[in-house]
Design a binder for this molecule. Structure first.
Ligand code: SF4
Length: 553
């Protein structure tokens, strides 16, 4: 794609001065690549790698892959090389990517808030069984993530996904990453507005569209019309949140510039009302601002949140209206952020008299076999389908009230509880050292063992305490917005040896009490000591809490 369209001309319309030292903002005329990622995207559109995978690499094998594709453009197809087994976390920062690379891939399949039919759930499970050594994790971006994928198998996997109405296009890379949609869109009795059609339209217009395939970095979208704000809108680059205008009725507020990682920022609320049919245009305007004005010089400053923080929300709105929408947005107070759960666990009423049922795999760890078993149950009990959630959960949609109890028992038996303990419900974990090249510590297995142990130590805990386990500072499992956020790093044990451990952040939250957890410098814990550490702080909280006082307060 040519970047020359995005010249200083557009910027002149809002009199944005051209700084002496450019940040790589195309709209200000800085179109020359300023780092190797930008150069690679300019050399060849990352979308072109699809054909090379289908017709060259999958036929000739791993060693035929151009390194610029392998460690760059493959991401636009949802493919990353996974970490070579047996390399400890101490080597992560020392070794080059080549030394960490395995000859297998992680493949991320986006669901974009779609309702997955029983046949689709079966297809997803069978891919895990046939091609991914039975892996199939549920991620907190509503993806299914496979591991151990061979390049030779990618065309067959894509064929099966295509037949199931799914794909992995732009599931990674500097692109419009997988969308978070409300898992109960169109069915929940308390829904403000169903945004599914807008998400589908955004996907149809912009995913795989070369004009929107070269952002400064990743671009995360969330959309919900549910009052629980069940898509973590505070920490997405762009979020549409259901609201009601006193005259016009239901529509969406627009929030921009949220994100975690090493410089966490909460999204700023624009305080507007956007009707359902205009959401795709508004998405395009925000995405275009990011593409044209986003900082491209330093990768560490290349997320939309930095631009929003520098401009402020008023200027962002002005540029959006004047340069991209050519119309004014309707002002409307932003909706109140709610308190309480957003994960839809348990049994809830639908508009049509049926029920939806949220179930909790442990820390998102699922398998191909488990998805096939789930598909069996969906078919046996006549359930309409399932959606994935941003909390690594699965929501079954369209359950007949008469079969709920029997279905819950059967789900329990396969490890998908609709009545999980608070610990199983509220613990998330990122991919971690098992497969991630950036990881310093193990996460999934550690989280599973932690949940088992905390269930034993605190059976029937009456207060929800969220625990987010992350393998490095990148915060893919949202270190900063958990009651107990754990950031993987090497720490010293009692004998002064460097071992796997965590920096602790306490008291983070989203929703009404949206807040980043405090990083307590003294609170570093070895992985082996994690059970005892959490036991100690939960015991203190239980002893000291006043009536109704949550862990975060
Ligand atoms: Fe990998 Fe770090 Fe993200 Fe975990 S937080 S998945 S270790 S990059």
């Amino acid at each position: 794609m040519s970047d020359l369209r995005f010249t200083a001309k557009r910027a002149e319309r809002t009199e944005i001065p051209r700084p002496k030292r450019g940040e790589g903002q195309w709209a200000l005329g800085y179109t020359e690549p300023l780092n190797k990622n930008e150069q690679s995207k300019k050399d060849d559109s990352p979308l072109n790698v699809r054909d090379r995978i289908l017709y060259t690499y999958s036929k000739r094998g791993f060693d035929s892959i151009d390194p610029a594709d392998l460690r760059g453009r493959f991401r636009w197809m949802g493919l990353y090389t996974q970490r070579k087994p047996g390399i400890d976390g101490g080597k992560t920062a020392i070794l080059g990517e080549e030394e960490l690379d395995d000859r297998y891939f992680m493949l991320r399949v986006r669901s974009d808030g779609k309702l997955l039919s029983p046949a689709t759930v079966r297809a997803l499970g069978q891919i895990g069984v046939d091609f991914a050594r039975d892996t199939a994790d549920v991620t907190d971006r509503e993806n299914i993530q496979y591991h151990w994928i061979r390049i030779e198998d990618v065309p067959s996997i894509w064929e099966r996904l295509d037949a199931a109405g799914l794909h992995s296009l732009e599931a990674c890379g500097d692109s419009p990453r997988p969308f978070l949609g409300s898992p109960v869109a169109g069915v929940a009795v308390d829904e403000i507005i169903d945004g599914s059609s807008a998400l589908a339209e955004i996907e149809r217009r912009y995913i795989g569209n070369p004009e929107f395939a070269n952002f400064p970095r990743k671009f995360k979208t969330a959309l919900t019309g549910h009052p629980s704000h069940d898509v973590a809108p505070e920490i997405n680059d762009v979020a549409f949140v259901g609201t009601v205008h006193p005259e016009h009725g239901p529509g969406f507020d627009l929030w921009v510039g949220g994100g975690l990682s090493t410089n966490p920022m909460l999204a700023q609320k624009m305080g507007v009302w956007i009707p359902l049919e205009e959401v795709p245009d508004a998405w395009e305007a925000v995405a275009s601002i990011f593409r044209d004005y986003g900082y491209r010089r330093l990768r560490s400053r290349a997320r939309l949140k930095f631009l929003v923080a520098d401009w402020g929300i008023e200027k962002f709105r002005e540029v959006m209206e004047n340069e991209y929408l050519d119309r004014a947005l309707v002002s409307n107070p932003s909706p109140e952020s709610p308190v309480g759960h957003r994960d839809h666990i348990g049994v809830h009423d639908q508009k049509d008299g049926k029920k939806y049922v949220g179930v909790a795999p442990t820390a998102g760890r699922v398998s191909g076999t488990l998805l096939v078993q789930l598909a069996d149950l969906l078919e046996e009990y006549g359930v309409q389908g399932a959606r994935l959630t941003p909390y690594q959960k699965i929501v079954l949609i369209g359950v007949e009230p008469a079969v709920v109890d029997a279905l819950l028992d059967r789900l329990d038996a396969i490890g998908l509880s609709g009545r999980p303990s608070g610990w199983r419900r509220n613990t998330m974990a990122c991919t971690g050292i098992e497969f991630c090249k950036l990881a310093i510590v193990d996460t999934k297995n550690r989280a599973r063992d932690l949940v088992d142990e905390l269930e034993r130590r605190f059976p029937g805990l009456d207060a929800p305490i969220t625990v987010n386990v992350n393998g490095c500072p990148n915060a893919c499992a949202r270190t900063q917005v958990a009651d107990i956020g754990l950031k993987g790093q090497l720490v010293l044990d009692d004998d002064g040896r460097q071992v796997e451990g965590f920096q602790v952040h306490l008291g983070g939250a989203t929703g009404l009490q949206a807040n980043f957890g405090r990083k307590l410098r003294a609170h570093k814990v070895t992985s082996a000591g994690l059970d005892d550490y959490i036991t100690a702080i939960v015991t203190n909280y239980l002893a000291d809490r006043a009536d109704g006082e949550s862990f975060a307060t």
